[in-house]
Design a protein around this ligand. Structure first.
Ligand SMILES: NC(=O)c1ccc[n+]([C@@H]2O[C@H](COP(=O)([O-])OP(=O)(O)OC[C@H]3O[C@@H](n4cnc5c(N)ncnc54)[C@H](O)[C@@H]3O)[C@@H](O)[C@H]2O)c1
Length: 327
């Protein structure tokens, strides 16, 4: 298979590339990302330079470069990880950037796949498109789309376009909506897990998140990669798959687990986090469909995955400290 992975230099895309490269050595993988890539980036150092791996620096909104790349490598399938993420816009004020990449970029990829008869298109989406739940229940693939933030709204808009290209043009598409991911190479320190780990390691007070008591469904990034692999190979045309781990944790629980693993004092937890008040939003996905139809299940328990992630940050201390200094 010849795969075009967009956004493959980021956290989730790079882990997916490593997963596919290790299991399907005969596949051609083209990593199309806005950022320049080099063999120095540890994320992809073991694939860089391999004859089946190619890096293209480009924008998914650039129609001619996307089409040239698909033609040049005779691409069979596109997996779209490229996005401006919530952390990438920080203040939420820049909705235009979100819409440009997340919506118009996806539309450009879909048009290119349609024009060049690419066999499969997988859209990497988020459970955030469903909005938030009360105390009980789970989002299924049939839940209404009710995004709460401009980022989630841009992802929901992209999902609707993807669906429409299947209904209107018969493009073989799938949408993979996932829980919150964590794991190695997550340098984005606006996300809770890397933020908690790097603060605790430096004996700094953990940040007081306005959503400290929110409940998220957590999934290890390699379990996400295995789920996307199942969808890519065997997903039924036009279907949406929720990828979750039945791993509900409040941010507070995640912080306490990390503090415990690092044997730090609970005094590092900010005041708001120590409050036990029930006041939160829940985001939890039901992954029964992908489990029953594609035979996927996660391999990590949350405790195992976080322990491994803490260990990874310990071993890569110099790298993330250097990145923090550059900010
Ligand atoms: N992080 C999570 O917990 C999570 C959960 C669910 C879904 N997702 C989705 O997974 C995908 C990847 O997220 P991530 O956490 O790895 O983010 P990331 O920011 O680490 O990676 C995104 C990548 O996309 C690239 N990119 C951005 N704009 C581009 C453009 N115009 N053209 C080409 N490349 C572009 C960036 O350079 C970056 O390498 C996103 O679509 C996101 O919505 C993330």
């Amino acid at each position: 298979m010849k795969l075009l992975v967009t956004g493959g230099a980021g956290f989730i895309g790079s882990n997916f590339i490593r997963y596919i490269f290790d299991r399907y050595p005969s596949y051609t993988i083209v990593n199309y990302d806005l950022v320049a890539q080099s063999g120095d980036s540890e994320q992809l150092s073991h694939v860089y330079g391999h004859e089946n791996y190619h890096a293209v620096q480009g924008d998914i909104c650039d129609s001619s470069l996307v089409r040239d790349t698909i033609k040049r490598f005779d691409i069979d399938a596109v997996v779209n990880f490229a996005a401006v993420t919530e952390d990438g816009v920080q203040t939420m004020e820049n909705s235009e950037r979100l819409v440009r990449t997340n919506v118009l970029g996806t539309q450009n990829l879909l048009d290119s796949c349609k024009a060049l008869q690419v066999k499969r298109f997988v859209q990497i989406s988020t459970g955030g498109v469903y909005g938030s739940l009360g105390r009980t229940g789970y989002f299924t693939e049939d839940s209404a789309l009710a995004p709460s933030s401009p980022y989630d709204a841009s992802k929901a808009a992209a999902d609707l376009l993807v669906r429409a290209y299947h209904k209107t043009y018969g493009l073989h598409v799938n949408i993979a909506r996932s829980a919150c991911l964590y794991g190695p190479f997550h340098y984005m320190d606006a996300c809770p897990v890397p933020q908690f780990i790097t603060c605790a390691m430096q004996n700094k007070q953990l940040p007081e998140l306005d959503c400290s008591l929110d409940v998220r469904d957590w999934l290890h990034v390699m379990d996400h990669a295995s789920a996307v692999e199942r969808v890519l190979h065997d997903g039924k045309a036009g279907e949406v798959y929720n990828i979750g781990g039945f791993n509900e944790r409040r941010h507070l629980d995640v912080a306490e687990l990390i503090i415990g693993l690092l044997q730090k004092s609970s005094a590092l937890l900010p005041f708001a986090m120590q409050s036990r008040e029930f006041k939160y939003r829940r985001y939890t996905l039901d992954p029964s469909k992908i489990a029953s139809t594609l035979g996927w299940k996660p391999s990590y328990t949350f405790e195992q995955g976080i322990e491994e992630t803490v260990d990874w940050f310990n071993r890569h201390r110099a790298d993330w400290l250097q990145l923090h200094e550059q900010v």
